[in-house]
Design a protein around this ligand. Structure first.
Ligand SMILES: NC(=O)C1=CN([C@@H]2O[C@H](COP(=O)(O)OP(=O)(O)OC[C@H]3O[C@@H](n4cnc5c(N)ncnc54)[C@H](OP(=O)(O)O)[C@@H]3O)[C@@H](O)[C@H]2O)C=CC1
Ligand SMILES: Cc1cn([C@H]2C[C@H](O)[C@@H](COP(=O)(O)OP(=O)(O)O[C@H]3O[C@@H](C)C(=O)[C@@H](O)[C@H]3O)O2)c(=O)[nH]c1=O
Length: 293
């Protein structure tokens, strides 16, 4: 039976489709399936009759969302409602994604699934409003909260840093926001592992889980690693210096949490999800770009 992916054109969606071909993954991109449309969502899920739906669709433009909250909510909250109702009607389970940005960062130690979200920005609020709908609408769901996602496909921090370096621009990156980058390929692998278990008839311990990458760093530390690994891979001649700045030196429309680290203990113990090392994921992405250059 089909594993149906919404948002298949995004960085996670692309990985799911590429890595899930042998499992019968069918991916529909934004143009083919708008999850903010309840009628289309009900029709598509009824048509494919999947055993599992993976929701990789989201409004992820964190600064832009501040100026268009209704658009963020239409996808990140209402889209989740439409998906949950459609899955419930067809007996499908839903694998959903959320974010470390549901937390405000004030805790300063890794966030567990028992911590209460308190988002600082519109994107984080819209994601929290979406995930909190699920328990009442669709008991058979898993929400995986992930953080600082990067991958070979689509826009992300790694691509932005390499573009700025390639243009010879001075690199200045915030060193007071702490978190864990996570490779989209590793998230896709984790989701497909769960989807396969559901396909095999297993009833999983449904609910919310954290799936962080490791080790913990800052955006500045991540940028330094990107430069060093890009040089070693031959994408850059030298690793340009990255100046450490404070969040106040990088004005942005949306506030970001100073501390975004998720505690992956429950996901590891209950679901068997091993946090992946983002440095290996970064190498995979850079090597793919080097091969394609
Ligand atoms: N990116 C990150 O750093 C993080 C992401 N996450 C979560 O992980 C998940 C995957 O994110 P990621 O792959 O990185 O995001 P992307 O922005 O790369 O992909 C999201 C995809 O969703 C599509 N989309 C937007 N609106 C709709 C809609 N109404 N109906 C269907 N598709 C739509 C987008 O299409 P289009 O481009 O045409 O709008 C895009 O292809 C999301 O739930 C996100 O919140 C969590 C933590 C960090
Ligand atoms: C490009 C750039 C960014 N920054 C800062 C801005 C910001 O605080 C931080 C990260 O920048 P970005 O805007 O790329 O990242 P941002 O969009 O905040 O990333 C977030 O995306 C959403 C979707 C999530 O769910 C989060 O987990 C997280 O990954 O780095 C610099 O300091 N210098 C720079 O040159």
């Amino acid at each position: 039976m089909t594993i149906l992916v919404a948002g298949a054109g995004g960085q996670l969606g692309r990985e799911l489709v590429l890595r899930g071909a042998a499992l019968g993954v069918v991916g529909l991109d934004h143009g083919q399936w708008d999850v903010s449309d309840p009628v289309a969502t009900a029709r598509i899920v009824a048509e494919y009759r999947p055993r599992v739906v993976i929701n990789a669709a989201a409004h992820t433009a964190v600064d832009k969302a501040e100026g268009e909250p209704e658009r963020a909510l239409a996808v990140n909250r209402d889209g989740v409602r439409h998906l949950a109702l459609a899955c419930a009607a067809q007996g499908a389970a839903l694998l959903h994604l959320s974010t470390c940005y549901v937390f405000d960062g004030a805790k300063g130690t890794p966030y567990t699934e028992d911590d209460t979200p308190h988002p600082l920005n519109v994107y984080g609020r819209s994601k929290w409003e979406g995930e909190r709908l699920l328990p009442a609408l669709l008991p058979r769901h898993l929400t995986l909260r992930v953080s600082w996602v990067f991958g070979a496909h689509g826009g992300n921090f790694v691509r932005t840093m390499l573009r700025l370096a390639g243009e010879g621009r001075p690199l200045r990156v915030v060193a007071d926001q702490t978190g864990t980058p996570t490779h989209a390929g590793d998230i896709a692998r984790a989701l497909l592992h769960l989807a396969r278990r559901i396909q095999g008839g297993e009833e999983l311990p449904w609910g919310t889980y954290h799936y962080p990458g490791g080790p913990v760093t800052t955006w500045h530390g991540f940028a330094q690693a990107i430069m060093a690994q890009a040089r070693d891979t031959g994408l850059l001649d030298t690793a340009p210096p990255v100046a450490a700045i404070g969040s106040g030196d990088y004005p942005a429309a949306a506030r970001r949490p100073r501390y975004s680290v998720l505690d992956g203990t429950r996901g590891r113990e209950v679901l068997g999800l091993e946090p992946a090392d983002w440095r290996a994921g970064l190498q995979e992405v850079l090597s793919a770009w080097k091969d394609a250059a």
